[in-house]
Design a protein around this ligand. Structure first.
Ligand SMILES: [Zn+2]
Length: 316
């Protein structure tokens, strides 16, 4: 099996991390008329248009832009540089040149077809947006030093925070999570229903990697905890398939195919309240009738399900 080719797991921009230490990088790029900026407030992005809304790529050299905000250098593409600007929380309207504010999920849902088709300009803006939202979320919750509690300052063009008291830098963290298509020896797929989901919604099982744990072990542990199904420990029983950054607030979804060595289902009834084995015919029939709802086109969950199915499933 080749790893899944997921449009959201390859960025359209170069992070150009080597430039982050350049003196006054953000200030110089703000003065460049080719530079574009993604503006955020309260975790939402400034957008243009309606249905679908698109993330606004605004000129950075607008004189009033960002007097009271926090800037970061996202990277480069096609000779242009991209910055993010996080404005202080508040309920003000969108910045000049934008029409409103929208959450990343909302923007992605409106563009899932273009993302699935890997349209280059959509992939570029998606990658920039995911990075900007993830970075903004980290800054918002890591203002103080984790060691001594002193206030920290932003350095490395937005990619680190520094404590002057103990001369320590901290970097944006990412929390790995596993998500898995569990398949039994009859080639049936195990899908679960979470307590918080609408009736009929089913998806792949998922959970966070714990401290000091290998992702393959997380797959086995989460499947056993949530459904009582045992995943094999032989070579090839847990195989990596692809990934998706999921900055809500800071997850990285690692996608696996897992081979079940038992089939009896006993859900934990806390996170997962129902779990069922589906044949391909079952799943197609229930999705077509609307009895089962699957995750959206933009998600690694659906990509894993459709990889097992062998084709795209209808969106009802
Ligand atoms: Zn400190």
């Amino acid at each position: 099996m080749h790893p899944l080719e997921l449009p959201f797991s390859r960025a359209g921009h170069d992070r150009a991390a080597h430039r982050r230490a350049e003196p006054d990088l953000v200030e110089r790029l703000r003065a460049d008329p080719r530079t574009r900026v993604l503006v955020l407030r309260g975790g939402r992005l400034a957008v243009v248009g309606q249905e679908p809304q698109r993330v606004a790529l605004l000129p950075a050299d607008e004189p009033a832009r960002g007097a009271d905000g926090s800037w970061a250098f996202l990277g480069e593409a096609d000779g242009a540089s991209y910055l993010s600007l996080v404005l202080p929380d508040g309920d003000e309207g969108p910045p000049q040149g934008a029409d409103g504010w929208a959450g990343l999920r909302q923007v992605v849902l409106g563009q899932s077809a273009a993302l699935a088709a890997a349209e280059p300009d959509v992939v570029l803006v998606h990658g920039l947006s995911v990075a900007a939202v993830a970075l903004a979320g980290w800054h918002a919750t890591h203002r103080r030093c984790g060691r001594c509690g002193a206030e920290t300052t932003v350095v490395q063009a937005g990619w680190a925070r520094r404590c002057a008291v103990d001369d320590r830098e901290t970097y944006p963290r990412t929390d790995p999570a596993v998500i898995m298509a569990v398949v039994d020896d009859a080639d049936r797929l195990l899908l679960g229903h979470a307590a918080t989901w609408p009736t009929g919604r089913f998806s792949t099982l998922a959970g966070f990697v714990e401290a000091g744990e290998a992702p393959e072990d997380s797959v086995r542990r989460e499947v056993a905890e949530e459904t009582g199904v045992m995943v094999g420990t032989a070579p090839g029983d847990v195989v990596y398939r692809g990934s998706q950054a999921w900055p809500f607030p800071s997850s990285l979804m690692l996608g696996f195919r897992a081979r079940a060595v038992s089939t009896a289902v006993q859900t934990d009834d806390e996170e997962v309240t129902d779990a069922r084995w589906f044949t391909r015919d079952d799943l197609l029939a229930e999705v077509t009738s609307g009895a089962v709802g699957l995750p959206g086109r933009h998600s690694i969950a659906r990509a894993l399900i459709e990889e097992w199915y062998g084709a795209e499933l209808p969106v009802v």
